[in-house]
Ligand binder design. Sequence first.
Ligand SMILES: [Zn+2]
Ligand SMILES: [Zn+2]
Ligand SMILES: [Zn+2]
Length: 379
Amino acid sequence: MEDCGCEVRLINEIKGRGLIATKQFKQGDVLFSEKPLVSCQFPWNEAYGYLACHHCMSPLENVLQCAARLSNNPAIELAFTELDQPPTIYPCSMCGVKYCSTECQVESYNQYHRTMCLGTTEIVEEHPLNILVEAWKKFHYPPETCSILLLVRIVATIQQSDNSDATLNEFMQFCHRVTNDKDRIVHKLLGQQFEQQIEQMRLLFINAISTEKVDHWCTPEGFRSLFALLGTNCQGIGTNAVTRWYNRVQDFLKTNTTISEEEKDRFETSIDKLYYEDFENATGSDFLDNEGSGLFKKQSLINHSCTPNAEVCFLNDNFQLSIRALKDIECEEEICISYLPPCQLEDSDREERQETLSENYLFICRCSRCETENDVMEE
Ligand SMILES: [Zn+2]
Ligand SMILES: [Zn+2]
Ligand SMILES: [Zn+2]
């Protein structure tokens, strides 16, 4: 956390640790950026042809390919496509999974892919990893929030690490919210209806990867805590070739004086049509992105507030996360983000927010907004 202008401190007994600003930030400033310790695209998302780098989730389609797929219209036309960055694809020479760069290929291989590479481009249905993923997919239809392959990547990362104990310890840091569960809220992933699925997953999981060094995660109890770790700490990641292109066009239009206002208006109108008619009718607005999730070390230390002063964003069209100031932040102020979906943060009342937060993140929110709304209710 050195020099980024933020510091981890104990906030209080109830909240535990949190992140404090050690300097001023202006609205719009990026406080820090980080790559995930581990991340993974969701299995249905991948199966439906959302083409992303196997490692960083950068889109591997160009804008026209992506727009054609999402609108189900192979003849779709767009302006300014020359501003799109045409991706080059680097496949694993053994199993064929696709990368955006040799850097991603090497990083993936050295971190977890050496353990997980299937070694063939043919689809081997009886491979334990494929059996595991197919079983998972049957229990978890879209919209997806988690992937069993993320758990496999975590274990593979520990197995391949030069210092397995330190790497294991890094992942164990994420467990604090679950083990210090003072409010005794039962995590929804651990509810009764998941009991049998989790046991079946556990057996297939043990079969799919060597669990040496992580035996404590393979007992029924340990495997549940692993799920709880993901449930409470995973951050969604979304990337999209159309968004990447659109942002470039925006930058271009801002700086280019030869384009008339009419042409700019025409472009914006065409984008509205693209999203609200073409994509909405063919795919639906909830399924536009390459989607996955990851574990982020610094971001996971940031507490929730229903009036957040910062937000999570993905500025590089890949898995690199940035924390951006939503308003001016003073030195010594706690940095807070919202764990709630944007629409719920804006529109829902205290009770509804509390229910989502306690069910998914195991805490009762005592932010200023919740406390104020609480006072109003009691009066
Ligand atoms: Zn990549
Ligand atoms: Zn491979
Ligand atoms: Zn709150």
